[in-house]
Design a binder for this molecule. Structure first.
Ligand code: SD4
Length: 292
């Protein structure tokens, strides 16, 4: 039987999983754990796909998407949020302090400011420079290389077996102005059903949305699939779509079931998850569809 608590996150984010585990080991709340875990990456200006330091859209605006979902099936989300580093915390406030699930753009920003968040410039010197270099060619189609996908999605289970999840991103670099991805869409970028399990996605959000990926994975868990099998089937759903050009993009899923078992799967090589359990905070290379 897997020992609890357990924390998993997309990509290599050991500082984030360590923060979440510290909270759980001190008997903290599982929603606090995933929120504060994600905040570590949001605050890291070297992480160019999340929060401050995230790469901008093609007009030079950094716009953030984030959501949270708790053990009671409550959720909150922000889309196209500008000038606020901790989008995941604003999403939590939407869940807790409003009658709504999603706030977008200027409304989301004004709400955040009313809750005491500081407005700041999220475009760092280095992301500004990267954007200026991108503008020289201005390739309209976002290039999906694997290093580009550092959306942080985190799932955690406390020692009572209760699950929460969170997801935060600056979205695809050089996306069109106004573009929103899967990450703040409940059921696509993230889904938690505390009776069954949870899933979070990374990669090309459009493809995740088209298959309602995270909800699909959780429903497969409900049918008795393991987290590994459920992630694999959800990736196959994308790959097997008519005319799918899956060779040109990445999608990765990580999932956890009610026993605390975990799994991950991606289209391309080099997706990984960070897993913290039993004092071990390790990077696990994910299995993938496109074997040479
Ligand atoms: C999106 N899923 O906005 C995100 C992209 C991602 O790091 O994973 N970016 O489509």
């Amino acid at each position: 039987k897997p020992s609890l608590p357990v924390v998993i996150a997309t990509w290599h984010v050991p500082n984030a999983t360590a923060k979440a585990m510290e909270i759980l080991q001190n008997n903290g709340n599982v929603l606090d754990a995933v929120e504060q875990g994600c905040m570590v990456e949001e605050a890291d200006i070297k992480n160019s796909t999340v929060g401050k330091g995230g790469l901008p859209d093609r007009d030079g605006n950094v716009t953030l998407d984030a959501c949270v979902m708790d053990k009671n099936g409550n959720c909150g989300s922000v889309v196209y949020l500008q000038n606020i580093t901790h989008a995941v915390s604003v999403a939590r406030k939407v869940m807790e302090d409003t009658p709504h699930v999603m706030l977008a753009g200027e409304g989301a920003k004004q709400f955040a400011i009313s809750k005491g968040f500081q407005a700041e410039n999220l475009l760092t010197e280095s992301s500004k420079k990267a954007w200026e270099e991108w503008k020289i060619k201005s390739e309209y189609k976002p290039i999906i290389n694997i290093e580009n996908h550092d959306t942080i999605g985190m799932l955690a289970m406390d020692k009572n077996g209760d699950i929460s999840g969170a997801c935060t991103t600056s979205g695809l670099a050089y996306k069109m102005g106004g573009r929103v991805g899967d990450s703040p869409i409940i059921g696509s970028g993230l889904f938690v059903d505390n009776q069954v399990g949870a899933c979070v996605a990374t990669g090309l959000g459009e493809e995740v949305v088209k298959t309602v990926g995270s909800f699909l994975v959780v429903e497969l868990l409900r049918q008795g699939k393991s987290p590994q099998q459920a992630c694999e089937e959800a990736i196959l759903r994308i790959v097997n779509k008519p005319n799918s050009n899956y060779k040109n993009f990445q999608v990765g899923y990580i999932a956890m079931n009610k026993k605390g078992e975990t799994g991950s799967y991606a289209i391309h090589q080099w997706f990984s998850m960070t897993k913290f359990q039993d004092e071990k905070n390790e990077q696990i290379q994910s299995d993938y569809f496109l074997k040479k």
